[in-house]
Design a protein around this ligand. Structure first.
Ligand SMILES: [Zn+2]
Length: 356
């Protein structure tokens, strides 16, 4: 049996056609009338167990073994603001006309129109809000705390993705790195049946028949949610992990300053406000093993300056989507399809391993 895209715990969100770089870096320190200052109180509820480690080990008395410990600050379990910010940026980038920061450079495939921003006078929404080299961004995140009691779980071994694939045969040079069939190619219907269910042999057979031309990335990679975390965790894991249990709630804050209205809209939308159906986000370790599915609750807390004109966060987010629908609709539909329920996706094991 072969792995196919449809048996993987991840999916691809289509990329927008170009980055909108009409922003210049000059707003975040100005209390200009058309920018927003405020705070968001954010609650993170774990819908599946959640692990975020520091590399520290702890001794688990009942198993008489060491386990990877959760990160703590002054004795309290705390998810760092920067972990949350990284997750939020990935979603924000996907639902706005933002650049692609981390496209692998070794590939002969380019992300036309989406190369990373290079100048502070022409920033995409994500670089403007979250920052880039020499620009610190407009958000300040606290850590996220809980006093809940964690549990110890064993997790399956998570394999590294292939470095070179397919393997060169008989001295043949392989110009690609990474897993071509699963990550990029010239077939744009990866979300459809044909490529999604295709085996390695069939894929390269079909590729041979196509004219030689460059391919493209399938999109931005995100992990699916699934209730099958429990099944995965029972399969004689190789390592023990201290995890927050399903139902645990962490709380923290996001402060923002100098956000333009559409940036505030995109931020609130990326946090899950203004969608037809609520979406779940993914945080922390072992995402392919379905850990780290969370539901966010966001409450807007405004500074006194805006008290006379309180903003309705949901309305601002919904308006952002309406105004940007033509460019981000495909991305939003892909996320909504996979992220609006926990579902029962199954990650298929191959030769005793879970490969990416
Ligand atoms: Zn950018």
């Amino acid at each position: 049996m072969e792995t196919s895209y449809s048996g993987k715990p991840y999916f691809f969100v289509p990329m927008v056609s170009r980055a909108d770089r009409r922003r210049a870096l000059n707003r975040q320190n100005l209390l200009a009338a058309d920018t927003f200052v405020g705070k968001l109180n954010v609650k993170i509820e774990c819908m599946t167990p959640l692990h975020f480690g520091s590399g520290q080990l702890m001794f688990d008395e009942s198993a008489k073994r060491f386990a990877q410990a959760l990160l703590r600050e002054d004795g309290h379990i705390s998810l760092s603001g920067s972990s949350f910010k990284g997750m939020l940026r990935a979603v924000f980038e996907a639902v706005s006309e933002s650049c692609v920061l981390n496209a692998p450079r070794a590939l002969p495939i380019k992300v036309e129109g989406l190369s990373p921003c290079t100048s502070n006078s022409g920033l995409c929404p994500a670089c403007s809000v979250f920052g880039r080299l020499s620009h610190k961004g407009k958000l300040t995140l606290s850590s996220f705390y809980t006093d809940a009691k964690p549990t110890i779980m064993s997790l399956p071994r998570l394999e590294q993705p292939f470095r070179t694939y397919p393997r060169p045969r008989g001295g043949e040079r392989n110009p690609f790195t990474g897993n071509e069939r699963l990550y990029y190619g010239k077939f744009r219907d990866v979300r459809g049946i044909a490529v999604a269910k295709m085996s390695k042999v069939d894929f390269f057979e079909k590729k041979k028949q196509e004219p030689r031309s460059g391919g493209s990335f399938y999109g931005r990679k995100f992990y699916k949610h699934s209730n099958n975390w429990d099944e995965l965790s029972r399969q004689s894991g190789k390592g023990l992990y201290e995890c927050l249990q399903k139902g645990t709630v962490l709380t923290g804050k996001i402060a923002y300053q100098g956000l333009m209205k559409d940036e505030l809209g995109a931020l609130l939308f990326a946090l899950g406000l203004g969608w037809d159906k609520p979406i779940f986000h993914k945080l922390g370790y072992a995402k392919p093993a379905y850990l780290g599915s969370v539901q966010l609750t966001v409450e807007s807390e405004l500074l006194p300056r805006y008290e006379d004109a309180p903003i309705d966060a949901k309305k601002i987010a919904a308006r952002y989507y309406d105004e940007n629908k033509s460019s981000i609709e495909a991305a939003v539909c892909a996320l909504a399809q996979e992220w609006s329920e926990i579902g029962d996706s199954k990650w298929v094991m191959q030769d005793g391993k879970y490969g990416y």
